[in-house]
Design a protein around this ligand. Structure first.
Ligand code: DLL
Length: 436
């Protein structure tokens, strides 16, 4: 087997690419078989050894993996290496109380760094760039995920993390930031705060923004580009597949190259789970071919997209996926943070004073998202001392913040005040307009 340089691997023809994929898949199957979960799942379809897969098409025999599987095996059920080998974990929201946890050993991290390095280079970042990483550092993959790739590219890295907009603008101005990494909604927020912070467009040296972690339209990208006078590149990823740098736009800005040597892509019909015809929209299913601590096979991302036809003028051979067009589940992304309505329900249902009805409302306040939890409460608490009501609001707000990582507005209503549906209850009202 030939060993390809990181540069070569971006330009492999299909045959060579599939050969690399198969080799990597077999290694991942071998480590997956070390977990009781996959041993049973794979055993059920007659896969007991990596050699039971002869070609990439054979991957279709493997059952899908879902977020629920990760929750059910929490915390260590899917760990395929000795715990001593683990050097980092990340986590994202689960559908209820437990997060989805991913582990990385040293080589997993270095392979992921290779992908982020490659992504940064594809969108035209260079050594002389000053890179301000405004994604949150922590369990979320957005911060640390791109950080190491940027260092590998020898960029000047400012790990400013999320929030504190005034300081972000000050850093941008004082250190001549040329590239930022942020959610698209945060880019707009940054713009809206410039006047107040006394920072003018001419004070900035910005030339690029890498935007991702939440859905956004082509119009929104153009708006960001126009406001700042820069190029903005779409970046897609999910913690189950490491994090950012699953798919990234190159300087052509026409679809995101999905790094196929690292992730096997399938697009399936969301109902039948059969492959869709070439170029059609369906659910993105991914197999991580490069991570050994937490192997994940045929993961149903619940994201809807399509493979874009034709080849990219940049010459990279990895397929391009279109910007995400929606989700097949009810996950909300609020200021870049993933929230499942079921997480909120879980908390609300534990409140003894709660009445029979509640609603989750998401709105825009200027450029930022605001989450309001509207809750009917029993008549007793409403007629009692208002201090009780304030205390309840405080408790509920804190409990929700602990569960979903963002602070909601909590509103109380009298019994019977919230709308009731005759059929299925409509619990979520998203008034943010066209996100996709
Ligand atoms: O959002 C990883 C990431 C960080 C991607 C920084 C890009 C930049 P999670 O928190 O696990 O990981 O959320 C993953 O976010 O399944 C999509 O629904 C959504 N998402 C991520 N990127 C995009 C994008 C990170 N460019 C979930 N467009 C995914 C639309 C996106 N949706």
């Amino acid at each position: 087997m030939r060993v390809y340089s990181p540069e070569d691997i971006e330009y492999l023809d299909r045959r060579a690419l599939e050969a690399v994929q198969l080799l990597r898949l077999k290694k991942v199957i071998a480590v997956a078989l070390a977990t009781p979960f996959y041993k049973e799942r794979l055993g059920n379809v007659g896969i007991r050894h990596p050699e039971d897969l002869e070609c990439m098409e054979d991957l279709r025999k493997v059952p899908f993996t879902t977020k629920d599987d990760l929750r059910d095996t929490y915390p260590y059920g899917l760990l395929a290496v000795d715990k001593d080998e683990v050097v980092r974990m990340h986590a994202s929201s689960g559908t209820t109380g437990k997060p989805t946890v991913i582990y990385y050993d040293k080589e997993d991290l270095s392979r992921w760094t290779g992908l982020t390095f490659r992504s940064l280079r594809a969108c035209g970042c260079r050594r002389s760039d000053v890179f301000q990483n405004m994604m949150t550092y922590g369990l979320f993959t957005g911060g640390l995920g791109l950080h190491y790739g940027a260092e590998e590219a020898e960029m000047f890295v400012i790990p400013s993390s999320g929030g504190n907009t005034r300081r972000q603008l000050q850093l941008m101005k004082d250190f001549g930031t040329t590239v930022v990494h942020a959610t698209p909604s945060y880019m707009l927020h940054l713009w809206s705060q410039m006047d107040e912070a006394g920072v003018k467009k001419r004070d900035l040296k910005l030339r690029k923004a890498l935007i991702g972690a939440e859905p956004h339209s082509e119009d929104l990208r153009r708006k960001i580009e126009k406001l700042f006078g820069i190029d903005a590149y779409n970046s897609y990823g999910l913690s189950e597949m490491n994090g950012p740098s699953v798919a990234f736009e190159c300087t052509e800005k026409n679809g995101m190259h999905l790094w196929e040597d690292a992730y096997r892509i399938e697009i399936v019909d969301k109902d039948t789970l059969e492959p869709v015809a070439d170029g059609e929209v369906g659910e993105l299913v991914l197999t991580n071919l490069i991570r050994h601590a937490s192997p994940i096979l045929r993961y149903r991302t619940k994201d809807l997209t399509r493979i874009m036809p034709g080849s990219c003028p940049c010459g990279r051979t990895a397929v391009r996926v279109d910007r995400m067009m929606g989700r097949t589940d009810d996950m909300l992304i609020i200021n870049g943070v993933n929230v499942f309505p079921s997480q909120i329900e879980d908390v609300v249902m534990k409140v003894p004073e709660a009445g029979n009805n509640y609603r989750i409302v998401v709105k825009k306040n200027g450029t930022l998202d605001v989450l309001t939890v509207e809750l009917e409460v029993g008549p007793d608490i409403l007629s009692d001392d208002t201090r009780d009501l304030y205390a309840l609001r405080g408790r509920l707000t804190e409990a929700l913040k602990a569960s979903i990582s963002i602070k909601p507005v909590v509103e109380f209503h009298e019994p019977g005040q919230l709308p009731v549906q005759e059929g299925k209850a409509i619990r979520v009202v998203d008034e943010r307009g066209n996100l996709y």
